[in-house]
Design a binder for this molecule. Structure first.
Ligand SMILES: [Zn+2]
Length: 69
């Protein structure tokens, strides 16, 4: 998911992968300051439809570029 995270986030679709990444951030944010920051960015972008749209387009492009996709 980038940032402080080197966990492998998986999903069959970009939406599922984003959802799993979000769940991971929620699980880890109490234990790790880096994840807390990542979650804050995610939370902020969810209140900003334009940013979310840009992020999702970028994320979908990265997902499509994965060898196993
Ligand atoms: Zn992580």
């Amino acid at each position: 998911m980038g940032g402080s995270c080197d966990a492998i986030i998986v999903g069959n679709t970009p939406e599922e992968m984003a959802l799993n990444g979000g769940k991971h951030l929620v699980e880890m944010c109490d234990k790790d300051a880096g994840h807390k920051q990542d979650k804050a960015v995610m939370d902020a972008s969810q209140n900003d439809p334009e940013h979310l749209k840009t992020w999702m387009t970028d994320f979908t492009a990265k997902f499509d570029a994965l060898p196993e996709a």
